[in-house]
Design a binder for this molecule. Structure first.
Ligand SMILES: [Zn+2]
Length: 421
């Protein structure tokens, strides 16, 4: 991805560095050749060359670009789960994924980790973004997800004879789990996304208290992935599935819904980040009935929302790490509404706006293992910056409103927002 050339200075706003420190009022951010040269009070800024590009933050906020830690570029706002896999051919879904990536960047998300993709579209989408063919978040790719046979993602009945080739690799036993990870190694992914547990979406055979993989299968995934320098995450709702994942050496947990004290202890010992994705549950409860979601599914989402919110509060209080990401790409939780996750954490979970932003920037970059390059506004890092017209600490929901974005920058280049050339 190209870097800006020359000097840019952003002034007339409060600076949120993303480190967790409080805002710096009347700040300056100086960018030199795409990297941050200075981030601090305007009074301490270095002399600015006369030919520097100047950005006026209009008394608003200068902050790091957001990181969407659970992004499904190939989910095209489907109303039915099975549409994820078979509604369109891979060629068309690739184009939809490119449009979703562009939208995510326009929404202020300068980096994202894929939580799973149709085939390995995200691997090539990442390449196209890196090569400046499309605009989109700096991406970490996951390709196809792994689930046990008969588990949450194995929804096509055998008589249809269509398998789950595009979306999920189905495994029976540790040997097949190993083989699936090896296939992903060849596909070029960085993350292996697995399904240790079920979900409220499948109340009959794979509800949120069900396990969809054995410990042995999960451990085989981790051993194989780590050997090839890949990382492993998993959809973990049931308490036992969370513990299995932590004991197997998972690098992050998705959802981490029903934590108990023992699970929390294991989590803190390993300092494993969790991405709760709660707005999805909330949206399912609010909009599910309108689209014919069965009552027991909605009830299940209520239970997972409550469990997930309790666990998130527990983790934050204990000093654990949380990323912000939201499983966007369903009809009731569409792409383009990613920052609703942050609003939900402030309004309904009780996080402070500053903590929420730290989760969505610094911790997001840590999850991507790119925290030396991105995630906070500190000298030497890439200038992935979001400039917002307004005080996001007073009203976090400003981040949902793209019309308030003055600039979305990657490497100091304005890619979206009012100042986009
Ligand atoms: Zn997901």
């Amino acid at each position: 991805m190209k870097l800006a050339q020359g000097t840019t200075v952003i002034r007339n706003g409060q600076l949120i560095t993303g480190t967790g420190a409080g805002p710096i009022r009347d700040a300056a951010l100086v960018i030199q050749d795409g990297k941050i040269a200075y981030a601090g009070p305007v009074a301490g800024a270095p002399p600015i060359p006369p030919d520097a590009q100047r950005v006026d933050a209009r008394g608003g906020t200068i902050m790091p670009g957001l990181v969407e830690a659970h992004f499904h570029p190939t989910y095209f706002n489907v109303a039915a789960l099975e549409d994820l896999d078979i509604k369109y051919p891979v060629e068309y879904v690739t184009l939809l994924a490119a449009a979703n990536a562009r939208l995510a960047l326009e929404c202020g998300y300068t980096a994202a980790r894929s939580g799973g993709s149709l085939f390995n579209i995200d691997v090539w989408l990442k390449r196209a973004i890196e090569d400046d063919i499309f605009i989109g978040p700096r991406l970490a790719a996951s390709g196809r997800e792994i689930c046990g046979v008969g588990g949450l993602m194995d929804w096509n009945p055998d008589y249809r004879k269509i398998g789950m080739e595009g979306l999920v690799l189905l495994v029976n036993g540790p040997d097949e789990a190993r083989a699936a990870v090896r296939k992903l190694v060849k596909d070029g992914v960085e993350w292996v996304k697995t399904y240790p547990t079920g979900d409220a979406a499948a109340p009959d055979t794979n509800d949120h208290h069900t396990l969809c993989m054995t410990f042995e299968e999960m451990h085989a995934c981790v051993a194989t992935a780590h050997n090839h320098n890949l990382k492993v995450t998993g959809h973990c709702r049931a308490t036992e599935g969370i513990k299995n994942a932590l004991r197997a050496g998972y690098d992050t947990l998705e959802h981490g819904t029903f934590m108990d004290q023992k699970a929390l202890d294991l989590l803190l010992e390993r300092n494993t980040p969790v991405v709760p994705a709660l707005q999805f549950e909330y949206a399912s409860i609010v909009h599910g009935p309108e689209i014919g979601m069965p009552e027991r599914v909605v009830d299940g989402h209520k239970e997972t929302l409550e469990g997930g919110a309790d666990s998130a509060r527990m983790i934050l209080k204990a000093g654990g790490r949380l990323g912000m990401g939201g499983d966007y790409g369903f009809a009731w939780n569409p792409h383009g509404t990613y920052a609703k996750e942050l609003t939900f954490f402030v309004r309904h979970v009780g996080f402070s706006p500053l903590d929420t932003i730290t989760c969505a920037t610094k911790t997001g970059a840590e999850i991507l293992e790119r925290d030396k390059e991105i995630g906070t506004l500190e000298p030497g890092k890439l200038a992935d910056v979001l400039v917002v017209d307004g005080d996001v600490l007073a009203d976090i929901s400003l981040l949902e409103d793209r019309s308030r974005f003055i600039a979305v920058m990657q490497g100091g280049i304005v890619k979206a927002g009012a100042l986009r050339p």
